[in-house]
Write a protein that binds this ligand. Structure first.
Ligand SMILES: [Fe+2]
Length: 448
């Protein structure tokens, strides 16, 4: 389900709508859940549910040919289309209507050029207008890379060879490169039975690799792989850039191997992945994420990592008009380790001196917890904007009063500017985006 707020003429209009995916329409017809949820793919029951699901697809009881994900993970606007995204599906195009309502237009297959899945973390280059994306698969080739022109023309796919069916959820772009992650968090159905764990397994025997490829490559020949001996995992990257000294830089929220693994301790897997009945993902052995900087020297082939935060943060965002270029500020959601909820927003100043000036924090306060923030630049055009001249928008929920709110926060001051009470609950979610008025007016009305 998408939750949206339209700000116009001093008023805010809230709406929530299901994306009309193939999965949603089938389940709506059944009036019941039919497809598996990733959080339920746990233990021997999870394995049974997974294979039963595949069997029902084989028998034609469930239609899989249009994908079976729920477009619930990420959003991006490009070339007149707001697209709702999930790792293992194609984009669903959503139209934002004048009154703020949301209408599903259908699947965007890029005139049948898109043969793979489409990451929820596609990157739009702010200067060229191109869209960079990849698709992950549990079958080889595990990663397919695509570039979409400013006008929405998708180029030929490039296969990227990774070590196996690792879950690559995000990547990075710089002005000249694209950075892939081949990390040891693998699709492994047997893990549900052999370890009574999840369908994805953090394999602590494997290394962590990053592949840096010139971004207009026609094949993967020019890729340079950088390897770290230790296993770790990354859902999200904040940004990437080149530093002018031959290095590609990547800023990421890194989940290291948990040092002390206690039986029922919940390792960091975002709570939206599992259902209320899930007893705990006991075998994942991943610590909560912290902010790190990776340096990949394109001349020497050497790589380094540097820890930037001690607090547990994820859902990193930057001013996206600087995407692929050096950014000073990163906005993150801070996780509480006991509850896996988000009590605070943390702004990092990468040019800050000392630990105190590096981070500034805004607490929602009380029993209120948030979701990902988006950075919206100020619209004053009579002067050059500072990188952090803008607002952070987020949804939050007060668990004491059971009321949900939209927050508007000054990104420079890290102070709340407005809090809007919403008429219904907004659950904690994954990712968010914003559209300008010009983009709303520039949307397509129908899919070709
Ligand atoms: Fe994500």
């Amino acid at each position: 389900m998408l939750h949206a707020i339209r700000f116009k003429d001093g008023k805010a209009t809230y709406v929530s709508r299901y994306v009309q995916t193939s999965r949603y329409l089938q389940e709506h017809a059944y009036q019941a859940s039919q497809f598996f949820k990733y959080g339920d793919l746990l233990g021997s029951f999870g394995l049974f549910a997974y294979y039963l699901h595949l069997l029902r697809g084989e028998l034609g009881e469930l239609v899989m040919s249009y994908g079976f994900a729920n477009a619930d993970t990420g959003l991006i606007y490009h070339n007149g289309m707001l697209m709702a995204l999930q790792d293992f599906d194609k984009p669903y195009v959503i139209k934002v209507l004048e009154n703020g309502d949301l209408q599903t237009l259908g699947i965007n297959s890029y005139n049948n050029k898109l043969t793979s899945n489409f990451t929820p973390h596609a990157k739009k280059d702010p200067e060229t207008g191109e869209l960079f994306t990849f698709g992950s698969s549990i079958k080889a080739p595990y990663t397919i890379y695509n570039v979409v022109s400013k006008d929405g023309i998708m180029g030929d796919p490039v296969s990227i060879t990774t070590s196996g069916p690792s879950y690559m959820h995000d990547f990075g772009i710089t002005e000249n490169y694209v950075i892939f992650m081949d990390l040891p968090f693998n699709f492994d159905p047997e893990n549900m039975v052999t370890r009574n764990d999840w369908i994805y397994r953090f394999d602590t025997t494997k290394k962590s690799r990053f592949g840096v490829l010139p971004r207009y490559s026609k094949n993967e020949e020019g890729i340079k792989w950088f390897e770290f001996d230790e296993p770790f995992y990354i859902f999200h990257n904040a940004n990437a850039w080149e530093d002018g000294e031959g290095n590609a830089i990547l800023i990421s929220c890194v989940m290291k191997r948990e040092v002390e693994h206690i039986g029922h301790h919940m390792s960091f897997i975002p709570p939206m992945f599992y259902s209320a009945s899930t007893p705990g993902l006991k075998g994942t052995q991943l610590e909560f994420p912290q902010l790190f900087k990776f340096t990949f020297n394109m001349k020497t082939g050497k790589c380094y990592q540097e820890q930037l935060s001690t607090s547990f943060v994820d859902y990193p965002k930057v001013n996206e008009s600087h995407l692929g270029r050096k950014t000073r500020y990163i906005y993150t959601s801070k996780f509480d380790k006991l509850s896996s909820k988000i009590p605070s927003i943390v702004k990092f100043d990468l040019e800050g001196q000392g630990a105190k000036s590096l981070e500034s924090k805004l607490d929602y306060g009380g029993n209120t917890y948030g979701s990902e923030v988006v950075f919206v630049p100020s619209v004053q055009t009579d002067r050059p904007l500072e990188e952090d001249d803008g607002y952070l928008l987020s949804f939050a929920h007060d668990e004491h009063t059971d009321l949900s709110y939209a927050y508007v926060i000054s990104a420079q001051k890290m102070e709340t500017v407005a809090v809007i009470k919403l008429p219904s609950r907004v659950p904690y979610g994954f990712h968010a985006t914003y559209m300008t008025e010009r983009e709303i007016q520039g949307q397509i009305s129908n899919l070709a």
